[in-house]
Design a protein around this ligand. Structure first.
Ligand code: ZN
Length: 468
């Protein structure tokens, strides 16, 4: 039996009411709010966060593969999955791959992982999907799109949702696209795209999988259907005549937005959080003429995954972003005062274990833990007598400073020293915070963020954020 053995999700803290955008451009606005990346977040950092939540109770060393799915990888050339795998501390002897270019990449990655486990080339494969798509300022897309991420572990033992069947459709169709030099998502004529793209392919795919496995809509407990907007979602659920209560009224569109590649997986995580043993789920994702459907059967193992950080815990944890100019700065549409920090490729590689994987040192003589890493023990002066030990991600602020001069789209920059649970000290920036709430003793946790672009590339590092 192959299927889902773990899940996690992540939604950025900032939510922007859609009328904030409408106020800047005109009266037309779409109901609800959308999730917005902080200035130090991108698809890679969010995918990492979802993967960490998925791995929460598991051993990262038991994972033998990671697939990152996104249409907005930070790099056009350079694999992002390798960095995600390093930050979540997966072993080196694994298979990593990026699935890119279509919002259907999330379900494509899920199928690839399922096939790999079925075929025996992997035992536990982690799929993590995130997007940071941008709509042109003033367009509907700017309001509709939202930032999110999801991660699923695919394995053969401890399966909470077995994948019982799949069905796909693939037909060349232009509905949304982005050329190499396009900054924003481009769309064809809305009425045509809706009628001949999503609203035609998604029902066909759902009917196709039901026919293939000789099932009726009443045999499905939960329909999980990702959609680009509420209107077309209502049109499709109505045309399929789905039983009331078998699908969410709002597929996260009014609270998070259209999360692109992550959308079907986030909705599946949301459904798994509520699912009970014995239920049958039908998942459907779509992107530019491609539709994938999956049949899943929930097992009693679902109880083991209760309490994971999925979609629901992030729905209530939010901070309003009421300033449209700040949103443009967070998205890099408006520039922030430039900063040209120094970065070295050699140093990045040399300090990978400390700066990306969060390993400190533990003295073999007296057991003292140190972070940053030390060759000489702070307590007993033993030299080169240490083993690697992981820095805990939770701690408390020991001291802090607020810097109003350092270039930052959201000043001031808060710097803090935190005493981590179980030893070690972390010195770095505090993010996702209200500077006024920072005080000595405040509980914080480490989060993986984009730091700066020194050296001409993206530098990632850990930051502190207040614990919920
Ligand atoms: Zn020592």
């Amino acid at each position: 039996m192959v299927g889902i053995t773990g899940f996690g999700a992540y939604i950025p803290k900032y939510r922007m009411a859609r009328d904030v955008v409408a106020k800047a451009w005109g009266p037309r606005f779409i109901t609800g709010e959308r999730a917005v990346d902080n200035h130090d977040e991108d698809s890679l950092t969010r995918a990492t966060e979802a993967a960490l939540n998925c791995l929460a109770a598991g051993d990262p060393k038991a994972v033998d593969g990671l697939i990152f799915a996104s249409t907005t990888s930070p790099y056009l050339e350079k694999q992002a999955s390798t960095l995600v795998a390093t930050a979540v501390d997966l072993p080196v002897e694994i298979y990593t791959a990026d699935h890119l270019s279509s919002v259907r990449a999330g379900t494509a990655a899920l199928k690839a992982a399922m096939d790999a486990v079925k075929g025996g080339s992997a035992k536990n494969l982690l799929v993590t999907a995130a997007d940071t798509r941008r709509g042109e300022p003033g367009s509907d897309s700017e309001q509709l799109i939202g930032d999110g991420a999801a991660a699923l572990m695919i394995g053969g033992s401890g399966v909470a949702a077995s994948i019982e069947g799949i069905y796909s459709l693939s037909e060349e169709f232009m509905d949304t696209w982005r050329k190499q030099d396009d900054d924003y998502v481009q769309k064809g004529d809305a009425a045509f795209v809706q009628a001949y793209g999503y609203a035609r392919m998604v029902p066909a795919c759902i009917k196709g999988i039901l026919k293939k496995y000789e099932l009726k809509t009443s045999d499905i407990s939960r329909f999980v259907i990702a959609a680009p907007d509420s209107r077309v979602y209502a049109r499709v659920t109505k045309s399929l005549n789905l039983p009331a209560g078998s699908f969410p009224e709002d597929p996260l569109l009014t609270t998070v937005g259209d999360t692109g590649t992550a959308a079907p997986l986030m909705l599946l995580v949301d459904a798994l959080e509520k699912a009970k043993s014995g239920e049958r789920i039908l998942l459907c994702g779509y992107g530019a003429g491609n539709a994938d459907a999956f049949l899943l059967q929930i097992s009693p193992e679902i109880e083991r995954l209760r309490g994971r950080r999925g979609v629901s815990s992030y729905q209530s944890s939010k901070k309003p972003l009421a300033n449209y100019e700040k949103f443009l700065k967070f998205q890099n549409t408006l520039p922030t005062e430039p900063l040209e920090p120094y970065s070295s490729w050699a140093l990045l590689w040399k300090e990978k274990k400390q700066n990306l994987q969060l390993y400190g040192t533990r003295c073999k003589k007296c057991g003292t833990f140190a972070f940053p890493r030390r060759r000489i023990c702070l307590k007993c002066n033993a030299k080169d007598e240490y083993e690697d030990a992981k820095l805990p991600r939770k701690g408390k602020i020991y001291t802090f400073a607020k810097d109003h001069l350092f270039p930052n789209p959201d000043p001031p920059t808060v710097m803090a020293v935190a005493d981590m649970e179980g030893g070690g000290r972390f010195y770095g920036q505090v993010t996702d915070c209200d500077p006024a709430q920072i005080k000595i003793g405040l509980p914080v946790e480490l989060t993986f963020r984009r730091f700066h672009q020194g050296g001409g590339f993206y530098n990632y590092f850990w930051k502190l954020r207040p614990t919920e």
